[in-house]
Design a binder for this molecule. Structure first.
Ligand SMILES: [Zn+2]
Length: 62
């Protein structure tokens, strides 16, 4: 079960997971980006890690 992404700590917008694609179109990593203010989190090799890092940051900011 995937962890739910929390809303953006800055604007309250919807956040979503994005894949970092390389030129060879393989997945190089993941990051979370706010669809509203375009704030983005750090890059991680796993989607779950990026999600967790975003959620922890959200809790810290609010
Ligand atoms: Zn935002």
């Amino acid at each position: 079960m995937k962890e739910e992404l929390k809303r953006c700590p800055f604007c309250g917008g919807k956040a979503e997971i994005r894949e970092i694609a390389t030129r060879t179109s393989s997945i190089d990593g993941f990051y979370v980006m706010c669809t509203k203010c375009k704030t983005s989190g750090d890059n991680y090799s796993k989607a779950e890690t990026a999600t967790r890092a975003w959620n922890i940051r959200t809790e810290a900011e609010t």
